[in-house]
Design a binder for this molecule. Sequence first.
Ligand code: AMP
Length: 207
Amino acid sequence: MNIIFLGPPGAGKGTQAQKICAALNIPQISTGDMLRRAIAEKTPTGLKAKSYMDAGGLVPDDVIIDIVRDRLQADDCAQGYILDGFPRTVPQAEALEGIAQIDKVVEIAVPDEKLVARISGRRVCLKCGATYHVSMLDGKTTCDACGETLIQRDDDKPETVQNRLVAYHAKTAPLVDFYRARGKLATIDGDGGMEKVFADILEALKA
Ligand code: AMP
């Protein structure tokens, strides 16, 4: 099954994609994680993407479409995948139609006022992509999954979060209608507990 996770920053796309991917044994393709790795490794793509990400804006469509096109050709995508953070614009969604057949789009909906608190408490592992909220860490500073030191993403700082929400509403939210019109959209209330949201997504994918 080829699946897209759609939703604003902080909705829980990454956390839920990781859980669903483990349950279905398919890869999670997070363009944000790929870009952060490219920046850490100082690749040409990373150098191009950095200023956009630091400002909380979107990386240009052509850059991101090339990355995704390459990634979807890998062998591990043959049995399906979850796209987490792509597409984020209508031109990206249109390009994806020429690259892959998408079966289902899961929108995780959370009101804006909840997102700011979620994002500002987020800590991430740059090595394996796991995410945590400070309220659950109990002072711990390393990743449960791989032992790496957790960090706060630069773009999770309050001055950037607002720009990311503006970018979401202006550029990404129109994809809800785009996929609804194609009969692929399932909207999940992302404002419940993690396990409830997980169960609701699994249910929607079975439907
Ligand atoms: P994320 O980890 O999904 O929140 O993405 C972090 C940042 O990476 C975003 O704020 C964008 O700057 C950039 N990014 C990730 N995916 C995309 C995409 N599909 N299109 C454009 N920019 C992206």
